[in-house]
Design a protein around this ligand. Sequence first.
Ligand code: NDP
Ligand code: 8X3
Length: 253
Amino acid sequence: MPKIALITGATAGIGEACARLFASQSYDLILTGRRKDRLNHLSAELSSSFNVQVRTIELDVRNKKDVESQLQALPEEWKQVDVLINNAGLSQGLDPIHEGNTDDWDTMIDTNVKGLLYITRAVSPWMVKRKQGHIVNLGSIAGKETYANGNVYCATKHAVDSLNKGMRIDLLPYGVRVTGIHPGAVETEFSEVRFKGDTERAKKVYQGYEPLVASDIADAIWYAVSAPAHVNINDLVIMPKAQAGAYYWHKDA
Ligand code: NDP
Ligand code: 8X3
C-alpha cells in the first residue's frame, strides 16, 4: 500500500516543493489550498509524472466548518494519512505594533494558528486510531526569535513552536511523530504576500545573498519523515548560510 501525505498550502512555495518530493518518493497525496486551478495543474502533473494518486481539496484553512466537513468526507482509505504537513501560512504587513492593521492580525492568527489547529484536529484522530503517523509543522526563525515589526507574525510562529511541543507530548502514547521545521529566508511567494503584491519590495528581501529555495525545506522535511521509525526529529532550524539569525546577515556590499 502506498503511503499518503496530506499537505496544506500545496499551491506554491514550500508546500508545492513537498508535493513534488513526496510524489517522487511514491506517496499518494492529498493537496489542499485555495487556488483550485493550481491544485488541478499540479495534481495532473504529479499523477502522470510519478504514477501516484492525487486528490485535491479546495480549502481555506480558516474555515473551520469546511475543514471539518471536507476532511470527514474523504473515503476511508484516504483517511489513512501517514504524513500531515501543516504548511499553509502567511505573513501580512511589517508594521510597528501601534500602527498594525488589525485585519492583517486576524488573517495571520486565523491562518497560521487556528487553521493549523483545525486541520490537526481533523487528521490527528486518524493517526491516533492507527497508532502511527507523522505531523510536520511549519514554524519559522520568527518562532524562535522576535524581530522589529514582526510582532504578530512572530507571535503566530511562536504559537506553532509551542503547539509542536504540545502535540508531541499529547500524541506520545500513540506513536505519532511530531516535527517542527523552522526556516530562515526562503524565496517563495511569501514576501509578495506579506507586502500585498509589491513585487519590488518583495524582491529586495532576497537581494545581496543566496536565500533558501523551497526544495531545501522539502529536503529537510523528507529527512525527518524518512528517519528510522524509532527516531523523532523534534525541531530543525534551517537558514541560508548568509543568515545567522533574525538579525544577522552577511550580504554583498
Ligand atoms: P507561499 O506564499 O509561497 O505559499 C503559502 C501557501 O499557503 C500557499 O500554497 C497558499 O495557498 C497557502 N495558504 C495561505 N493562506 C491559506 C489559507 N487561508 N487556506 C489555505 N491555504 C493557504 O509561502 P511559503 O511556501 O514560503 O510558506 C509556507 C510556510 O512556510 C508558511 O507557513 C510560512 O509561514 C512558512 N515559512 C516561510 C518562510 C519563507 O521565508 N518563505 C520562512 C519560514 C517559514 P493558496 O493561496 O492557494 O490558498
Ligand atoms: C519567514 C521568515 O524571517 O521573514 O517566516 O520571518 S521571516
